[in-house]
Design a protein around this ligand. Structure first.
Ligand code: ZN
Length: 110
């Protein structure tokens, strides 16, 4: 029996499909799903072995993506739930930069 080599994660899609917890070393391959810009800016709100809560921000289009329960939620706009995303933003608003709260896409508090 041949042992299959463990493949490194190649793309953002691989990471998302396997729901891999966000390790810092995977960050440099995460790109904005809208404009493919990378690297994204990372803000860490809680970290244990992995980043458990945080924010990924695309400096190109000002879209923000929550990291919740270790999972980066990097969905295109039409698959995002405004209610959930806004609740998350509200929860972390003291840690989220002003430019995201007032001008972030696709949802903002102000
Ligand atoms: Zn973007």
């Amino acid at each position: 029996m041949r042992l299959e080599a463990v493949k490194p994660y190649q793309t953002t899609r691989d990471v998302l499909n396997s729901r891999v917890p966000l390790k810092r070393r995977l960050l440099d391959i995460l790109a904005c799903p809208i404009d493919k810009h990378y690297p994204l800016e990372l803000l860490v709100f809680e970290e244990k072995d992995e980043i458990t809560e945080g924010l990924l921000l695309c400096p190109e289009c000002n879209r923000w993506y929550p990291i919740s329960d270790e999972i980066p939620q990097m969905l295109p706009d039409d698959l995002r739930e405004a209610k959930e995303d806004l609740a998350w933003l509200e929860r972390w608003k003291t840690r989220v930069p002003e430019r995201v709260l007032t001008q972030g896409k696709p949802f903002r508090l102000a």
